[in-house]
Write a protein that binds this ligand. Structure first.
Ligand SMILES: *[C@@H]1O[C@H](CO)[C@@H](O)[C@H](O)[C@H]1NC(C)=O
Length: 211
C-alpha cells in the first residue's frame, strides 16, 4: 500500500472516529427535552411495501476495485428496555469499540465489505445521526442526506464508506429497512433477515461485497 493511501485511510478513520457523538447515550425523543423530531423517515418510499423498489436499473461499470482494498463494514446494535433502538455501521474498529464500551452497543455479524476510498464504480454512502430519534441513517442519495439534515434534524456525519452503485464485481444488494415505532433504520444484505426483521423494506441503496 502506498504511503498516501495509508495516510488517506488514517485521515478517513480519524474523521469517522470524531464523528461519533461524544457524551451521553442517545435518548428517545420522548425523554429528551429537545423539540420533537419528526419520526417519518426521510425516504422516498416508506409505504411498508415488501416489494424492493428500484427507481431505475442501477448502472454497472464492470470495473472492479481491488478486493484486497475492501474492509469490513462492522455492525452494532443497541436497544431494549433502557435505550432506544439503533443499528450502527462503521469501518473503524476503534469507533466500534467506543460504541460498545461507551454507548452500550453490541457487535453483530459484519454487514459486508466496503471501500474507505472512492474506487472505480463506487459511490459515497453518507452517514447521518439523529440523537433525538436515536437513529443512525445511511443513504447513497445526496438529496436524502440534505432532506435529513434540513428537514428532519439529522447531523451530517460525513461518508461512512464507498459502495458499488450497480451489482458489480461479486457485490450483493444492501437493503435499507425502517421501523417507525423504533425510529430506526436497519441495513442488511440478507433478504431472509430483512423479511424476518419486522421492519419495512425501503429499497436497495447500493451493493457491497459479502462479509
Ligand atoms: C422475502 O419476502 C419476499 C416478499 O414476500 C419474497 O418474495 C422473498 O422470497 C423473501 N425472501 C426470503 C429469503 O425469504
Amino acid at each position: 500500500m502506498m504511503l498516501h493511501t495509508v495516510l488517506a485511510l488514517a485521515v478517513a478513520l480519524a474523521t469517522q472516529a470524531l464523528a461519533f457523538p461524544a457524551g451521553t447515550l442517545p435518548v428517545p425523543s420522548s425523554v429528551g427535552g429537545a423539540a420533537p423530531t419528526p419520526t417519518r423517515p426521510p425516504s422516498a418510499n416508506s409505504g411498508g411495501s415488501r416489494q424492493v423498489p428500484h427507481s431505475s436499473v442501477p448502472p454497472t461499470t464492470g470495473v472492479c476495485a481491488a478486493v484486497a482494498k475492501a474492509v469490513p463494514l462492522h455492525r452494532a446494535y443497541v436497544g431494549g428496555a433502557t435505550s432506544a433502538a439503533d443499528h450502527f455501521y462503521a469501518t473503524s474498529p476503534e469507533e466500534m469499540s467506543k460504541a460498545v464500551s461507551l454507548h452500550g452497543y453490541k457487535l453483530e455479524a459484519r454487514a459486508g465489505r466496503v471501500y474507505t476510498w472512492q474506487e472505480a464504480g463506487t459511490i459515497p454512502l453518507y452517514r447521518l445521526f439523529s440523537e433525538s430519534a436515536s437513529d443512525h441513517y445511511y443513504t447513497t442519495s445526496a438529496d436524502e442526506r440534505d432532506t435529513a439534515t434540513n428537514v428532519y434534524g439529522y447531523e451530517d456525519e460525513g461518508i461512512a464508506a464507498y459502495i458499488y452503485q450497480g451489482q458489480d464485481c461479486g457485490s450483493v444488494p444492501l437493503f435499507m429497512l425502517y421501523s417507525a415505532s423504533a425510529s430506526d433504520h436497519f441495513y442488511t444484505t440478507s433478504e431472509a433477515e430483512a423479511n424476518a426483521s419486522g421492519y419495512s423494506m425501503e429499497r436497495i441503496i447500493g451493493y457491497i461485497l459479502p462479509a
